[in-house]
Design a binder for this molecule. Structure first.
Ligand code: ATP
Length: 309
């Protein structure tokens, strides 16, 4: 009798994409960065990362599945790869792991899919390697990988300051329904910030959490109409200036009764807040029918942060 080889141990972790319900951008600082005040909400479009044990010295490998898998790098520039490498370096072990990413967040859509992969990889490798870091320690490593990575660890709803990486959890009641219109041709985040600087220059006012009182109240009350009215994105004028065709996508959502519609983060994704799942599906169907999006996605928010399945 031959015995089948035991499968290699593996850990599967899910982490969410995000929408910036409010994104306030201050004037550029000497180091080239912009101070932010943003309200993040995690969405139920999720990434799943499976980390599987490999032989000592085998190194890191990345494989990807999902509708836009061909747009994701498989080398050391992948954020998941970098996350595994950083954790191994931090605890002083050899980075040996096979990472498989099942992508559910649109790629290069300003919804932080790569950041979710990085957060999920930190949690998965921590469990697989038994490194036993606290959430706080993982969050510190996450901030090294990118300013959206700590939020993908935390999930739910949070106010982000600094570069968006200093997080304070916020209360949000109930469930909100979203439709997203994505474009195949991305919009470079640095290019949008450069255009923001040209449009606002040093006259951009300093940012303050107090500006989002109405939004925070809408979240606490679970009131989608009030939330729709309070959505805000300082980068929208710059994104629209670079990609004027996004105006029509916004207009279609508004004509379809969206409670609020905005460019998501630095774009080119457009986000529309709907009254219900059916309403979100109807907005998405109109975008498709009017050729105002390359792909459409409907989901709910908030969603949990990175967790082992
Ligand atoms: P950001 O707004 O942080 O620039 P995003 O949320 O718009 O990013 P992502 O899907 O995270 O978009 O990826 C942006 C780019 O980063 C991709 O075009 C790709 O080349 C590269 N990238 C690196 N790692 C990943 C990953 N794990 N998943 C997707 N893209 C990745």
């Amino acid at each position: 009798m031959t015995l089948a080889a035991a499968p290699s141990p593996s850990v599967r972790v899910r982490a969410p994409g995000k929408v910036n319900l409010s994104l306030r951008v201050g004037p550029v600082e000497e180091d080239g960065y912009h101070p932010l005040v943003t309200v993040f909400q995690a969405v139920a479009l999720v990434e799943e990362v499976t980390a599987t044990e490999v032989a000592d010295g085998a190194g890191i490998s990345v494989t990807v599945e999902g509708p836009q898998a061909d747009r994701v790098p498989l080398d050391a520039t992948n954020l998941a790869w970098r996350a595994a490498e950083l954790l191994a370096e931090h605890v002083g072990i050899s980075p040996d792991v096979a990472l498989h990413l099942a992508k559910g967040v649109p790629v290069a859509g300003g919804m932080a899919g790569g950041s979710a992969d990085a957060a999920a990889t930190l949690v998965a490798c921590d469990a697989l390697w038994g490194t036993g870091l606290s959430r706080g320690e993982l969050s510190t490593l996450a901030a090294v990988l990118g300013s959206d990575v700590p939020f993908a660890l935390l999930g739910h709803t949070a106010v982000g300051t600094g570069r968006g990486h200093l997080l304070t959890p916020a209360m949000s009641r109930g469930e909100f329904h979203w439709a997203f219109a994505t474009r195949d041709e991305g919009l470079s985040t640095p290019a949008v910030y450069r255009r923001f600087d040209e449009l606002c220059g040093p006259t951009a006012p300093p940012v303050d959490v107090v500006d989002d009182n109405a939004l925070m109240q809408a979240l606490r009350a679970g009131d989608p109409s009030a939330l729709g009215a309070a959505l805000h994105n300082d980068l929208e004028p710059a994104a629209l200036d670079l990609r004027p065709e996004l105006e029509r996508t916004l207009e279609i959502a508004r004509n379809g009764g969206a409670l609020g519609a905005m460019v998501s983060g630095s774009g080119p994704t457009v986000a529309a807040l709907a009254r219900s799942r059916q309403h979100a599906l109807a907005i998405a169907a109109t975008w498709t029918a009017e050729d105002a999006a390359d792909s459409v996605w409907c989901t709910t928010a908030p969603a949990a942060g990175a967790r082992v399945l």
